[in-house]
Design a protein around this ligand. Structure first.
Ligand SMILES: NC(=O)c1ccc[n+]([C@@H]2O[C@H](COP(=O)([O-])OP(=O)(O)OC[C@H]3O[C@@H](n4cnc5c(N)ncnc54)[C@H](O)[C@@H]3O)[C@@H](O)[C@H]2O)c1
Length: 422
């Protein structure tokens, strides 16, 4: 059966996109390199928080299929690349999946096809990395024979208010005609499409968004370390500042950002800037501050126990909420992994509670899970609230905990001897 659209990479971004494309009445095929992902999707099981098994059924009914075989893709009009853009072992961008996807697509390319890259990367990736592969592999020219554009993904896993359709979509093509082609593709299922001057502007727009959050989170995290010395309630100060109706957006301290957008993406930009012989100091500093937060949380845990004349070694420490965002099951890059590893190294008797995470291993060793929250709170020498899932009720934590280190400000405003706030 002929499909209209092929989505390359069926992860968080690709599967959500495939759902939107299918719902807009276009036939979509998903190409994925991991056979286990294809098998699960074909059996109707979703591995992505925001896409339910029921969504998969509706997608299948609209003609969606997933495959590992490029030969099965057939003649499509549009291809969207949603391959991962991780960091390599040396901390620099790993564009191998994007390159690999581009070589596969080059073999499918036909005149007037549209290719869009959605994977987050540094400015120049579409033009300097993807374009030469597509052109070499197909003998066709971007802008002249086929359309090529970049459109950053803005998906926010677990966000019930803003989804793909309700979040403006930025597109930038290698020519104005490419931009227009990409815009008309996205208009079929996104409410507002914003046309950038070109691919580089669209690429940088995404990195600016992520870096903005990264830097502002680092600012409050650094303040959190100093607030104690100044004898000031930082949470209250931020809440007061946030009453200003213009020119300020509140960011709150925490145990360190997880996921992909904030800890990983700004590195793509700093890498590119360093490759050009310069340094983006503010971004690198933010990286240093934010990545040091798990270590700071452990330091605060040590101090909290010390005040009770206890050592971490041998103490029962309970981690509440171990995902990187509230109310979802996503563990990618979660700071709780680093916190758990350090506490275990110090000899803590560690356990965790998280309604979204049935099994949790740190460095290949299972962390014991507890499901009886109130009993676990009473039993633990120290409870650390790492993620404030809405199931955690501040009044209950205050009442049942022996000692709580609250890294999310959930209990802010309260004054209790058994509570410490980051
Ligand atoms: N998850 C988010 O919230 C989010 C938000 C904005 C932007 N992004 C960006 O979108 C991109 C994809 O992110 P994700 O979260 O969906 O990643 P993911 O790891 O969940 O999914 C990527 C999928 O692509 C597959 N893949 C790898 N190489 C491939 C290839 N050559 N051809 C086809 N498939 C291939 C992988 O097996 C994987 O299943 C990244 O650049 C990321 O930075 C992600």
């Amino acid at each position: 059966v002929r499909c209209d659209v092929a989505v390359f990479g069926l992860g968080y971004v690709g599967l959500s996109l495939a759902r939107a494309v299918a719902a807009s009445g276009q036939r979509v095929v998903g190409y994925e390199v991991q056979p286990t992902v294809v098998d699960a999707l074909s059996a109707g099981r979703s591995h992505v928080d925001d896409v339910s098994d029921e969504d998969l059924r509706a997608m299948a009914a609209a003609g969606f299929v997933a495959t590992c075989e490029a030969a099965e893709l057939g003649e499509v009009d549009t291809v969207v690349i949603c391959a991962p853009t991780p960091l390599g072992a040396d901390g620099t961008p790993d564009l191998a999946p994007v390159r690999q996807a581009s070589w596969t697509i080059a073999k499918l390319l036909r005149p007037s096809m549209l290719v869009v890259l959605e994977s987050t990367s540094y400015p120049g990736t579409t033009d300097d990395v993807v374009r030469p592969i597509l052109e070499q592999g197909s003998g066709l020219r971007a802008g002249a024979d086929f359309h090529l554009a970049f459109s950053p993904e803005r998906i926010d896993p677990g966000n019930a208010r803003f989804g793909l359709a309700s979040t403006p979509k930025v597109v930038g093509g290698v020519t104005a005609a490419c931009t227009a082609a990409a815009a008309s593709f996205y208009r079929r299922f996104v409410g507002e499409v914003v046309q950038a001057r070109g691919t580089r502007e669209a690429e940088l727009a995404k990195i600016i968004e992520n870096t903005y959050r990264h830097v502002n989170i680092a600012m409050v995290n650094e303040m959190a370390r100093l607030a104690g010395d100044l004898d000031v309630d930082l949470w209250n100060a931020i809440d007061c500042a946030a009453t200003k109706p213009f020119g300020f957006q509140p960011f709150y301290p925490g145990p360190g950002p997880g996921g992909h957008c904030i800890p990983v993406d700004p590195n793509y930009l700093t890498y590119k800037v360093r490759a050009e012989g310069s340094v983006l100091r503010i971004v690198e500093l933010a990286q240093e501050i934010n990545s040091g937060m798990p270590r700071y949380v452990v330091e605060r845990a040590v101090r909290a126990l010390n005040r009770r004349s206890k050592a971490v070694n041998g103490s029962k420490v309970l981690l509440l909420g171990v995902t990187y965002k509230p109310n979802i099951a996503d563990l990618r890059g979660t700071p709780s992994a680093d916190i758990a590893a350090r506490l275990r190294e110090l000899g803590a008797d560690l356990s965790y509670h998280d309604p979204y995470v049935p099994l949790w291993t740190i460095e290949d060793v299972l962390v014991p899970r507890t499901t009886n929250l109130s009993a676990a709170l009473a039993d633990a020498d120290l409870t650390i609230l790492v993620q404030d899932h809405t199931v955690y009720d501040p009044a209950e934590l205050i009442k049942d905990c022996q000692l709580l280190l609250d890294t999310r400000g959930l209990t802010r405003g309260s004054r209790h001897d058994n509570i410490e706030i980051l």
